[in-house]
Design a protein around this ligand. Structure first.
Ligand SMILES: *[C@@H]1O[C@H](CO)[C@@H](O)[C@H](O)[C@H]1NC(C)=O
Ligand SMILES: *[C@@H]1O[C@H](CO)[C@@H](O)[C@H](O)[C@H]1NC(C)=O
Length: 385
């Protein structure tokens, strides 16, 4: 009897062993499967990221990349700020009739900015040296490597990759400014396939981010959302699309950026300006999973706005702290994402000099709060005082 028991145990153990190996094999096979659109087969493993930072960069812009590596990409790791109060954050809810997600009013946007500024002012007093949070963040510079690229440049990129391990090389993408929408699709395809992450921040390589402030606020937002999830009942949880929105941008009809296929509306459907915006994971998956069915337009940020337009669970967080237009607005200490900065001004920002990009006679962008209660052509007339 005893012998039989032993045999049974042995048999079970052997079966379990083979079954285990089989599962492992399947899992590694899945892992090696290249992402379908981008053809990216493998990326450095980074389990459970909170935030992925996707930087669009041209192959030869190594100096811009170094400028970012030496400055803001180091911020917030570890995060030493006091917790950002959850009550300062807006969480939208659905209307009873029609199930529409309620965006923030203009008055509430202005009030929240005031709250943020006073919080920022007391921040040094709130600084708690024992607070040290390790939030998993990974940045990647997306670069297309298909097509004619000099052997020297190719070798330099390989060297840079060995040194920093932070390039997302896209073998099927010819890196050209007319291919930015394809770059976005391929990057989302590769990143959602190879990484688990909660949020993705897309920026250009001339964007500076006060990453510690942004992370601190995003962590609090995420906690607030999860703590309140029961209140959404059977409704889908809001998915974040955070940036600076425009609802009446002109469709380009001339020049390099000319759109020849945008017939959906008179202006671009509203979208967050491409200098910097943030998406929660499900929205990235939505784009990656449906990339073969989505129409691409020349403008990458406008394409994204159009792809997300009909979804009712998208929380569009219009934020004047995103200074992400084609030209900077007046220098403000509350700005968090700052577009159109060069290496010198990035370094200045990093060392606390905020306004060195302003030049005499330069035309500055005028910021506005977004009025979600009005049709798109009246979206953007509430100027920030
Ligand atoms: C990118 O742009 C080039 C030239 O503008 C074009 O030949 C190529 O087909 C485009 N698409 C991809 C996926 O690289
Ligand atoms: C995207 O596809 C993956 C794999 O099929 C699936 O697990 C995921 O839920 C999909 N996400 C969305 C938002 O459709």
């Amino acid at each position: 009897m005893r012998r039989l028991n032993n045999l049974v145990t042995l048999f079970t153990a052997i079966t379990a062993f083979f079954f285990g190996s089989f599962i492992t094999r399947i899992l590694t096979m899945v892992d090696k499967c290249p992402a379908p659109r981008s053809g990216v087969a493998k990326l450095e493993p980074h389990p459970d990221l909170f935030l992925v930072i996707l930087v669009f960069s041209a192959p030869s812009n190594v100096e811009m990349r170094d400028g970012m590596r030496d400055t803001w990409l180091r911020l917030g790791q570890p995060l030493r700020q006091a917790y950002f109060p959850e009550e300062y954050l807006y969480l939208p809810s659905y209307t009873a009739a029609g199930g529409h997600l309620q965006m923030e009013t203009v008055a509430a946007q202005a009030h929240r900015l005031q709250q943020y500024m006073s919080w920022q002012q007391q921040l040094p007093d709130l600084e708690e040296p024992h607070i040290q949070r390790n939030i998993k963040v990974k940045h990647l510079f997306a670069i297309g490597t298909d097509g004619q690229m000099g052997a020297t440049l190719r070798a330099e990129l390989e060297h840079e990759q060995k040194q920093h391990k932070d390039l997302l090389l896209l073998p099927r993408l010819h890196d050209d400014y007319l291919n930015l929408t394809e770059k976005l699709m391929q990057s989302l395809d590769a990143l959602t396939r190879h990484y688990e992450f909660s949020y993705l921040l897309k920026v250009d390589d001339d964007t500076y981010v006060k990453l510690d402030n942004l992370l601190n606020e995003l962590v609090s937002y995420d906690r607030k959302l999860l703590r309140n999830r029961a209140e959404f009942g059977h409704e889908p949880l809001p998915e974040l699309y955070w940036g600076y929105f425009n609802g009446r941008a002109n469709i380009k009809v001339k020049g390099h950026w000319r759109e020849t296929n945008y017939y959906l509306s008179k202006n671009y459907i509203n979208y967050a300006l491409g200098g910097g915006y943030l998406l929660s994971r499900k929205l990235c998956e939505h784009v990656a999973n449906n990339s073969y069915l989505l129409s691409s337009y020349v403008s990458e940020d406008a394409s994204l706005g159009t792809w997300l337009a009909p979804l009712r669970h998208v929380y569009r967080w219009h934020d004047v702290r995103f200074d992400t237009a084609y030209t900077p607005s007046k220098c403000r200490p509350y700005h968090m994402v700052l577009h159109k900065r060069n290496q010198r001004t990035m370094h200045d920002l990093y060392t606390g000099k905020l306004c060195t990009h302003e030049q005499q006679g330069q035309r500055l962008f005028v910021s506005y709060y977004y009025d979600w209660t009005k049709p798109a052509d009246k979206c953007c007339d509430s100027i920030v005082a």
